[in-house]
Design a protein around this ligand. Structure first.
Ligand code: ADP
Length: 262
């Protein structure tokens, strides 16, 4: 159902004839389009907070110059917007590093259960601040598998952070560890289960696209860059793993990652 794009070239041939060749450039064309969309998205995402900062600088120079309360308020907004740009640039660098490494198989071994425990302590302040209890169930440590410790931690942190941010309304999030068969051997699965509002099935296939958000306003409000799940996808691909997303609107969501054990 996809459009096929051809490049036609006319070149002179012998005895007054011309040669017309058609080349299928569909894939190159799609890559080019994706790159242009990405640059446009990044520019837009960076420009929005930057425009706010520039606007408030103007206001601070003018109307708010002699109003200390307004000045404080505007500085707080500028700080928040600058923080957003900083996070976005951090995530962009992260994404490009992960993409560049995608074909390099991890050589180290990690303990998935220990990394889950580490990610929980990293996010304890966010969980406590949001009134969310985090529990771990299923297989006990150690759960060894090949992996890059920093990257697997990033996957767990991104999924847990989303569960707290978007699914924390239910008051608790469960991290469940299990074993599951993969086509080539056995795998370790981590389910991140929340009892929040869930996601309409319509959105699920697109969630791991860069900058895709179900509710852009809400995501930005919560400090999201829209890159978290794209980063997860690339790290999981590098580890020859899989992602599965199941959600029931009104009940909650389960984000699962499955990694080969050997
Ligand atoms: P963001 O920075 O916006 O959080 P992500 O790539 O991490 O970006 O997530 C993409 C979108 O998926 C989010 O904006 C949110 O709409 C949706 N989402 C992710 N996790 C959940 C969840 N546990 N419950 C509901 N929606 C979620």
């Amino acid at each position: 159902s996809q459009d096929v794009v051809y490049r036609a070239t006319v070149s002179p041939a012998a005895r007054g004839y011309a040669l017309l060749t058609f080349e299928d450039v569909t894939e190159a064309e799609q890559m080019g389009q994706m790159r242009r969309d990405f640059v446009a998205n990044v520019s837009h995402e960076l420009r929005t907070p930057l425009t706010a900062v520039l606007g408030f600088i103007e206001t601070l120079r003018g109307a708010a110059r002699d109003d200390p309360a307004a000045r404080e308020r505007f500085l707080a907004i500028m700080e928040r917007e600058a923080g957003r740009m900083n996070r976005l640039i951090g995530d962009l660098l992260h994404l490009s590093r992960v993409e560049a490494q995608e074909r390099v198989r991890p050589t180290a071994r990690v303990d998935l259960a220990a990394l889950v425990a580490g990610a929980i302590s990293t996010l304890r302040p966010l969980a406590e601040g949001s009134g969310v209890a985090v529990e771990v169930t299923g297989l006990p440590a150690p759960l060894p598998m090949p992996g890059d410790a920093d990257q697997i931690t990033q996957v767990i942190v991104n999924l847990l952070e989303n569960a707290i941010k978007y699914g924390g309304g239910g008051g608790h999030v469960t991290l469940h560890l299990a074993r599951e068969a993969l086509p080539h051997g056995s795998g370790l699965r981590l389910d991140v289960i929340d009892r929040g509002e869930g996601i309409d099935p319509l959105h699920i296939p697109r969630l791991t696209e860069r900058f895709y958000r179900v509710d852009g306003h809400r995501s930005r409000e919560k400090g999201g860059t829209g890159l978290g799940l794209a980063i997860v996808k690339h790290i999981v691909q590098r580890h020859r793993g899989r992602i599965r997303i199941e959600s029931e609107p009104g009940k909650g969501s389960v984000f699962s990652v499955i990694f080969p054990e050997s």
